[in-house]
Each structure stands twice: as structure tokens, then as C-alpha cells.
Design a protein around this ligand. Structure first.
Ligand SMILES: Cc1ncc(COP(=O)(O)O)c(C=O)c1O
Length: 372
């Protein structure tokens, strides 16, 4: 398949975003959880732009998750509110969190240990405000959080809710372990476990006499194939789904037709002696995420199932044929290839601007925030 005509004047490498697919992915998630009666709190980490946040929130500009304070500030500065900074509270950033909490009507932080709680106590909020705290529960994901079966989880929740100037606003479990799944059945099994452990924990809080905080779980795989019990949660927090990617299609979250982003690259060298092409996409344009484990290497080269992105250095990519000799006449110097990324979050991070297209035309650009 030839790359689309509208891309031919873009300087490469360039990240292009199909707005119609973004709208479709975002609307499907909004509709899915509206039917469940569960609040969707979309994560912004994949794109980090205002434009895409407006689409994911259905224009409400409320109720989002961020992974950096750079994102939080971007959204706070542009009329967003009810922002959850879902990252284990970094002590060097308590002051910035305090300022955001004082400025917004709802800014939430997340923690999984008593030392972090102590840091919050040291910095009481002004204007009679309280710290809105989500406790991270580890429901077998194995990254952040107090293990759901550990009595320390209940003790920490109790301590948070008894601390003056602090409110236990919610329990947050991220089922990143869905990334090890293959197919809907396995995804649903992990989603069910995470939901069950979280709901059991909510019961324990109730039995211990604590008021009912919110509960939130999520990842793109689990929220693409939710289980009925997720209707008993207060919120879900997926993010990647707005773009999806090759990894999500392999997990079983989406179809390849649902992937909204591509990296455009140009052929910049022919090397018949080693049967390779060179392209102007190195890891600074695609990222090394995925480790080249696909049969087609680091990405899918759209329309060319026989090509493999074999390796990348900073600004160069080596492309070879999976079987047989390359027909170099098919790939003249200067011609374009369209790469479907393995992991859209990592790839988008590499670009200072995204080119947005709809119905065969570039219609604008989105500018992400960067840094922490
Ligand atoms: C804490 C947290 N919440 C939510 C998400 C969103 O999950 P996904 O990227 O699968 O949509 C992530 C993603 O890494 C995360 O780290």
C-alpha cells in the first residue's frame, strides 16, 4: 500500500495521528463505561496534549489522571480540574502538589507508604483545604502499591483517614499485569482478579468503620474488555486506548484498524550488498520499546508485510526483507514508509509535535507537554 498523498510534504520522521480513529476509540470507551455506570477518568500519559484530552473527556475538562506534574500544570493552566496525579508521591514535588491542591477545586495525590503521608502532614494546605489522597493497592501487578492481602494495606488506609488535613479519597489499583495477557479470556481473568481484590478491600474498609472512598482500577486491555463486576467500582483509568498500538493488538485489546498513530519515515539509503534499506527513523522517532521482538522487528511497516525494521540507532533505521531479495525499485530514495508503532506511549514521547489528519488531509498539529 502506498503512503497517503497528504503525507508527502511532511518532513520526516513525523508522527501522524488519525483523528477519526482517535474519536472512535475515545467515544467507544466513554460509551462503554457510561453503560456500566462507572466514571471514566482517562489517563493523559499517552499523548500529553490538550486537544486529545478534550476528546477523551468528552469536552468536560474534568476527571483525568496524569503521570507527571508537567501534565498536571498543562491541564490546570487550561481550565481542567479534578486531576489525579497517579504516581507514588515524590517528596521533591510535595510543594508543587500543594500549590495545585490549593489552586484547583480537586487535585489528588497517590501514595503507598507512611513516609509519604508524613510529608503531606508537614505541609498543611491553606484555605481550609485537605489533601485528597488515593492509596495505591497492588492487586498482583507488582509495581507500586501495598499488597492487597497485606494487613499493612488496611493499616495505611486507616492512618490516612485518621490524619488531620488529609482525606482518604480513593483506592487505586492499576492492572498493568494485563500486558502479559494474550486474548480476551486472559485479559478478563486479570480484570476480574483486580476487581475482586479491590472490592474485597473496599469491604474491609467498611468493616473497619471507614467511610467509603472511591475505587478505581484499569488499564487499556482490562477497560477494552471489562468484566461485569467492574460496574461495582467508582472509576476506571485507562489511557493508551485513545491511540492503541501493535502491542495492544497482540494482547487482544484492539484490532490493527484501531491503531491511530504512525511514524512516517523516508528511505535515505540503498545497500544492495547487505540487502538493506536505510530510513530516517531511529529510536529518537520510534523508541526501542518492544525490543524488536515482532517478526517485523520494532514495528509493522504498513502495506509491506515482508519488510522488517531490523535495528535502529539514534537517527537511522535499517530495514531488510524478511524473505528473499529486496526490490529496491519499489523503495526509491526519498520515498515514504509508514510505521505502526509497537508502543504508542513510548513513540509519541519522542515527538515535539503530532500531525493530525482526517479524511485524507492534515488538519492541524497537537503539541504535547514534556518533562516531569
Ligand atoms: C498508574 C497508571 N494508571 C493508568 C495507566 C493507564 O493504563 P494503560 O496505559 O494500559 O491505558 C497507567 C499506564 O501505564 C498507569 O501507570
Amino acid at each position: 500500500m502506498a503512503t497517503a498523498e497528504f503525507t508527502k510534504d511532511l518532513c520526516t520522521p513525523a508522527l501522524i495521528v488519525d483523528l477519526d480513529i482517535v474519536n472512535r476509540n475515545a467515544q467507544a470507551m466513554l460509551d462503554r463505561f457510561q453503560k456500566f455506570g462507572v466514571q471514566l477518568r482517562p489517563h493523559m500519559k499517552t499523548h500529553k496534549t490538550l486537544d486529545c484530552a478534550d476528546i477523551m473527556t468528552g469536552g468536560s475538562r474534568r476527571c483525568i489522571v496524569v503521570s507527571t506534574l508537567a501534565e498536571a500544570s498543562l491541564y490546570a493552566d487550561n481550565g481542567y480540574d479534578d486531576i489525579l496525579y497517579a504516581y507514588p508521591l515524590p517528596f521533591d514535588k510535595v510543594e508543587r502538589c500543594a500549590e495545585l491542591s490549593e489552586r484547583l477545586s480537586l487535585f489528588h495525590v497517590l501514595l503507598d507508604n507512611r513516609l509519604a503521608l508524613r510529608e503531606l502532614k508537614k505541609r498543611p494546605l491553606k484555605q481550609g483545604k485537605v489533601w485528597r489522597v488515593w492509596m495505591k493497592l497492588d492487586c498482583d501487578n507488582g509495581r507500586v502499591g501495598v499488597p492487597h492481602y497485606d494487613p499493612a494495606s488496611l493499616q495505611l488506609a486507616q492512618e490516612i483517614s485518621e490524619t488531620a488535613g488529609v482525606e482518604l479519597t480513593g483506592i487505586y489499583a492499576h492492572c498493568g499485569n494485563t500486558y502479559g495477557c494474550k486474548g480476551e479470556e486472559q485479559i478478563k481473568a486479570v480484570a476480574q482478579n483486580t476487581t475482586t481484590f479491590t472490592l474485597q478491600f473496599m469491604e474491609k474498609l467498611k468493616a473497619a468503620g471507614m467511610h467509603s472512598p472511591k475505587s478505581s482500577i484499569g488499564s487499556t486491555p482490562s477497560c477494552s474488555h471489562p468484566v461485569p463486576d467492574m460496574a461495582m467500582l467508582s472509576e476506571v483509568h485507562p489511557g493508551n486506548y485513545v491511540f492503541y498500538d501493535v502491542q495492544q493488538s497482540l494482547i487482544g485489546s484492539c484490532r490493527l484498524e484501531d491503531v491511530a498513530v504512525r511514524v512516517l519515515t523516508r528511505v535515505i539509503g540503498h545497500y544492495p550488498h547487505r540487502n538493506q534499506l536505510l530510513v530516517d527513523c531511529g529510536w529518537t522517532a520510534l523508541s526501542h520499546d518492544g525490543g524488536g521482538r515482532l517478526p517485523t522487528g520494532y514495528c509493522i511497516i504498513e502495506g509491506h508485510p515482508d519488510l522488517k525494521l531490523l535495528s535502529m540507532t539514534q537517527e537511522h533505521g535499517r530495514v531488510e526483507s524478511i524473505s528473499g531479495k529486496l526490490d529496491f525499485s519499489q523503495f526509491p530514495l526519498g520515498s515514504l514508509l509508514s510505521l505502526m508503532p509497537y508502543h504508542a506511549c513510548a513513540t509519541a514521547m519522542m515527538h515535539p509535535v503530532y500531525f493530525v489528519h482526517s479524511k485524507g488531509k492534515i488538519i492541524g498539529t497537537w503539541k504535547p507537554t514534556r518533562g516531569w
